[in-house]
Design a protein around this ligand. Structure first.
Ligand SMILES: [Zn+2]
Length: 420
């Protein structure tokens, strides 16, 4: 019974196979004909017949522009020119990065298809439509996952967070939420704690990038700073404290910017040591020579140059009678001269030891209407609280985020997923 069935099955298969071969032979003859026939229509459409098309795949190396990578593959420069000038409308090729990858389908004299993957989250495509090359941006679909982390400070924020992160960007984003309130280079103390919930994007299970930090908390002793993100209706998305005041202030907590400093050693584990001293009416930050210094508020440069015992120094006037000064610099940033406008966080110079100084440090002073104030205790005015008409909406939103922050961190849940 079984054998018979198998035998029968085999016969059917053989019949089918023979039939298929006959059909293929027929089809081949027909295809040959049609290829000859469509040769002209391909030419009319500006497309070369396919048989000679090749697929090239490549990845950009360090300091290697796209055209060079394509040249190395033997693509004629004429075609490269046509391709890059098409794609330029959608993508700035000067911003290409090592590791960007591409696929090119081309005949020796015509480009048929090109796809360019920039970083993890941008994809561009060039196709031929009616003879013309057209560039487009390809939307990529990511999963958005809400995750949480929490921890305690051992010695610095960086060291306590780095092992919990897929990349240091999350630390920088966290430091930026609080950069008007906490100087993460000098203030953290052993035993301080932090927790946050944030968006993470992945594709097929692979980490792509961090999104926004949705809620964050930094606790030091009995004092706690909390911030939640909120999209103001018809306005910008920003962080607010739990009472609805913007975390943004007219002055940064410190002119030593966490992101600028960290970018110099992003992938090392340790930050250099920064310390604060108050030997005079301002504050001294001991910091490695060359550490970048930023303007702590928007303003106009009053002076930039040698200033007696302060050595190389910059002085900036801000609104409401505030003046800040930065002394002992090793160098002054490009464009910083008397009369120049600066924005908060603009680079103004580098830590040094010029003038009366025994070692590299930044002498930072703040004056209000001619009188020195303690920059570490200065209470800077916040900008833009939530408008009363949005307060109820904000409060609901804040309660949800704080609830999520508690839930995710207290119960050690890893994440909950939400489709966008
Ligand atoms: Zn000093």
């Amino acid at each position: 019974m079984k054998l018979n069935f198998l035998a029968g099955n085999r016969i059917i298969r053989i019949i089918l196979l023979v039939g298929l071969i006959l059909v293929l032979i027929q089809l081949r003859g027909w295809l040959d004909l049609s290829e000859k026939r469509t040769d002209d229509s391909f030419k009319q459409a500006g497309i070369d017949p396919l048989p000679l098309a090749c697929i090239f795949r490549g990845e950009l190396e360090k300091n290697e522009p796209l055209y060079l990578s394509l040249l190395k593959k033997g693509i004629p420069s004429q075609l490269i020119y046509e391709l890059t000038s098409t794609i330029r409308g959608k993508l700035d090729l000067r911003k290409s990065l090592p590791g960007d990858s591409y696929t090119l389908v081309s005949t020796p004299d015509s480009i048929l298809f090109f796809e360019y993957q920039k970083g993890m989250d941008e994809k561009y495509r060039v196709t031929r439509e009616l003879g013309e090359l057209k560039a487009s941006v390809e939307p990529l679909k990511f999963n958005r996952i809400i995750k949480s982390i929490q921890g305690e400070i051992e010695s610095s924020l960086w060291e306590s967070m780095i092992d919990l992160c897929k990349n240091p960007e999350l630390i920088l984003k966290f430091a930026e939420v609080f950069e008007w309130e906490i100087d993460f280079l000098t203030e953290p103390q052993r035993g301080d704690s932090f927790r946050l919930i944030f968006e993470e994007y992945d594709m097929n299970g692979d980490f792509v990038k961090y999104g926004d930090i949705l809620a964050a908390e930094y606790r030091s002793g009995s004092h706690s700073n909390q911030a939640v993100i909120y999209q103001i209706p018809n306005g910008r998305k920003d962080w607010f404290d739990s009472s609805g005041k913007s975390v943004r202030k007219a002055f940064l907590k410190s002119p030593l910017n966490y992101r600028r400093i960290s970018s110099r050693f992003s992938y090392s584990r340790f930050h250099p040591i920064f310390k604060v001293f108050r030997p005079h009416l301002g504050v001294d930050y001991s910091a490695p020579a060359g550490t970048p210094i930023v303007s702590s508020a928007d303003g106009v440069v009053i002076s930039a140059g040698w200033k007696g015992g302060l050595g190389k120094a910059v002085e900036i006037r801000h609104t409401n009678g505030f003046v800040t000064s930065y002394g002992h610099l090793s160098g002054i940033a490009k464009g910083i001269r008397s009369g120049a406008r600066v924005n908060q966080k603009d680079l103004i110079g580098y830590v040094g030891s010029t003038g009366n100084s025994t070692g590299p440090h930044l002498d930072y002073r703040v004056k209000v209407n001619g009188r020195f104030v303690n920059p570490l205790k200065m209470i800077a005015p916040p900008v833009e609280p939530i408008k009363p008409e949005y307060m109820a909406d904000f409060q609901t939103h804040r309660n949800n985020l704080i609830y999520a922050l508690d839930l995710l961190t207290r119960n050690d849940l890893l994440a909950w997923e939400r489709k966008k």
